[in-house]
Ligand binder design. Structure first.
Ligand SMILES: *[C@@H]1O[C@H](CO)[C@@H](O)[C@H](O)[C@H]1NC(C)=O
Length: 347
């Protein structure tokens, strides 16, 4: 028996010629929420065990309370991405809204405050919209945009990655331009590397990162999806405590785990949804990978085959964990006048 098994392995492994995958750890995939059109941009607030995410095109900000098991949402006026809680007030949410950065105060129970617009983005590209974003360790907001995507495809080269701080609200700093669809965003544990994805490029890139100044330099390609037997565009991304990247594949039906030091493909976790949009570590021990998905681009037939597409999934037993999501540090409260004092509240 033993020799037959060895023969089987010896025959099969070279034929597959796959990169070395870690032994299967039987991750468990659970559907956490009801589907929406296009769930994206999950962020985890470890102060209150809250998962935030958005339904971009419907302007909805969702709030999943881990302890209560409840899901609530509010609807804002425009496309919304990302949603990130603030450092000095957990209920003060910083969002990308249309082509702006905005703040809204919401505790998940009471009615939300009025939306306060803090900064305008992409003035030269009136049909572009916000896409993914994250805060860095200093609380600066990194937020990207993408060109208009319609039936004829994407308007190219109209995306921009910005860095938004209290000091540059009148003219947010351009970090990377042009891009097509700004996505990804992760920092390593040492906080000296920044990872980024422009989805249609199929690449994950790394920059050296200076946390003190917020500057990025020395672009290097870490991973090229086209060099692998995989489908889909790299979309949202997070990083684990060992600096492995967990990357959603839009059109690829899963999440992949990449060694950021050498680009090795370590693991593929399939999901019951073709269009996987992003991932974040959460849960009280930061060992649950929350993954958002979309149904907006599916055909009617695909929607029937993938009834959970558009849901948020929770993946457990991945054998690793993440670090807390960084919070944005722009305002202390919704009517804090010390930052962006000249901006008026929107009616
Ligand atoms: C954006 O996409 C277009 C069309 O595929 C391509 O020509 C262009 O080089 C891309 N831009 C970037 C910044 O990758």
């Amino acid at each position: 028996m033993v020799s037959r098994v060895i023969t089987f392995l010896a025959l099969v492994v070279p034929i597959w010629s796959l990169p070395p995958l870690t032994p299967t750890q039987y991750p468990g995939v659970y559907q956490l929420t009801e589907p929406v059109d296009h769930a994206e941009c999950p962020s985890w607030d470890d102060r209150n065990n809250i998962l935030y995410y958005v339904n971009i095109h419907d302007g909805q900000v969702y709030r999943y309370d881990y302890e209560q098991g409840t899901v609530n949402y509010i609807t804002l006026d425009g496309e919304v991405a990302p949603v990130i809680p603030s450092k000095r007030d957990p209920n003060l949410l910083i969002v990308g809204l249309g082509r702006s950065v905005a703040a809204v105060e919401w505790d998940g129970v009471s009615d939300p405050s009025e939306t306060r617009i803090l900064a305008a983005l992409a003035p030269d590209f009136p049909t572009s919209t916000v896409n993914d974003g994250k805060a860095d360790k200093q609380g600066r907001l990194w937020i990207g945009t993408m060109g208009y995507e319609g039936p004829d495809g994407l308007t190219p080269d109209e995306g921009i990655l910005y860095q938004v701080t209290c000091d540059n609200l009148d003219s947010p700093l351009v970090e990377i331009a042009p891009v097509n669809i700004s996505n990804g965003l992760a920092w390593n544990a040492a906080n000296d590397k920044f990872y980024y994805i422009d989805s249609p490029s199929f690449l994950i890139v790394e920059y050296s990162y200076n946390d003190e100044t917020g500057e990025i330099s020395d672009r290097r390609v870490v991973f090229d999806r086209t060099a692998h037997d995989l489908l889909g565009d790299p979309d949202g991304m997070t990083i684990d405590e060992d600096d492995n990247l967990w990357v959603a594949l839009y059109g690829g039906g899963g999440v992949i785990k990449i060694d950021s030091s050498n680009g090795d493909l370590l693991e593929i976790v399939p999901l019951p949804a073709l269009d996987v949009t992003s991932a974040i570590w959460g849960g009280p021990d930061l060992d649950i990978l929350y993954v958002t998905t979309s149904r907006v681009s599916l055909t009617d037939e695909q929607k029937l085959e993938q009834p959970a597409a558009g849901a948020v999934f929770a993946i457990v037993n991945l054998g690793t964990k993440g670090r807390p999501t960084f919070e944005v540090d722009l305002l202390g409260s919704i009517d804090d006048e010390t930052c962006g004092a000249k901006k008026v509240l929107r009616e």
